[in-house]
Design a protein around this ligand. Structure first.
Ligand SMILES: Nc1ncnc2c1ncn2[C@@H]1O[C@H](COP(=O)(O)OP(=O)(O)OP(=O)(O)O)[C@@H](O)[C@H]1O
Length: 267
């Protein structure tokens, strides 16, 4: 457990297992015995080879998918369906193309019947935090991929979830945009201190952003290692050149390299 963890446990994942069964395909055991907690205000990442069950776990936490065993608790309450206490940002943006930035960010609030003026005030706050001031009345197609993902993050935050779930949110972006987005996400996190669970293939992204990195084994996904990241905050991109940073990335890479190579062979 990292020092950034306070006593308050926000998310508890208890003995989660998931087996997919299909008539035309053999049964797939995606997850086995996943036990983990995320404290209030903590930033935790999960890394692991392709197919190790990371997205499956995120979908279970979000309530989109039922586990085969175990349970998920948010603030001590078991969850079994999506709810406003959890917001997800996926790799592909899910903005409504016919709505402007501010309408998109306010969307979850208006669905929850928040009066329009109040919804727009809240949306404006998160638009500003996400560095999108001036683009309120643009439509998604008028924005770059990185900006669209910032709108998605702002939209997720606007409903004030207890935990923000990020599933490879920058995977579709080019390498430079991705680096900038990491620093943007850090500054949003500094500002809001949301509890965040991030799934990523990029080990350096996980180390750069997180208080703790959870390393999954290959399928069935189990927790192989939990690595506290005790690098000072606030962090900027120079940190990536420090020996402490490189050592952590090397350590994690060594831990999963054989499985990543094996997953490449499986296609
Ligand atoms: N609906 C499903 N039916 C059958 N098998 C599934 C289903 N969803 C996922 N799987 C299998 O479960 C395993 C875990 O998949 P998952 O997408 O969670 O892995 P991942 O670690 O997120 O992979 P990646 O990093 O490539 O996104 C994989 O073998 C996948 O093929």
């Amino acid at each position: 457990m990292s020092e950034a963890q306070s006593e308050a446990v926000r998310l508890r994942v208890e003995k989660i297992g998931k087996v997919f069964g299909r008539r035309d395909k053999p049964v797939v055991e995606a997850l086995r015995d996943i036990d983990m907690t995320v404290a209030e205000g903590e930033f935790v990442s999960i890394v692991g080879a392709s197919g190790s069950g990371k997205s499956t776990l995120l979908r279970i936490i979000d309530g989109l998918l039922a586990p085969s065993s175990g349970r998920v608790l948010v603030d001590g309450r078991a969850v079994d369906r999506p709810g406003r206490d959890r917001a997800v940002v996926f790799q592909q943006d899910s903005l409504l193309p016919w709505k402007t930035v501010i309408e998109n960010v306010a969307y979850g609030l208006t669905l929850a019947r928040t009066p329009k003026a109040e919804a727009h005030r809240t949306a404006q706050h998160f638009i500003d935090i996400a560095g999108l001031g001036g683009f309120e009345h643009h439509y998604p197609h008028q924005l770059s991929g990185g900006m669209r993902q910032r709108v998605n993050v702002a939209r997720a935050l606007a409903v004030d979830p207890k935990i923000l779930l990020l599933d490879e949110p920058f995977a579709a972006l080019d390498a430079q945009t991705r680096e900038i987005m990491q620093t943007e996400l850090l500054s949003i996190w500094q500002e809001t201190r949301k509890t965040v669970l991030l799934i990523t293939h990029q080990i350096d992204e996980a180390v750069f952003l997180s208080d703790r990195v959870i390393v999954f084994s290959a399928r069935p996904g189990t927790i192989r290692e939990e690595i506290p990241v005790r690098l000072p905050r606030p962090r900027d991109l120079h940190l990536k050149r420090s020996p402490e940073f490189t050592a952590l990335v090397d350590h994690i890479w060594t831990s999963i390299e054989a499985e990543v190579r094996a997953s490449l062979k499986q296609g």
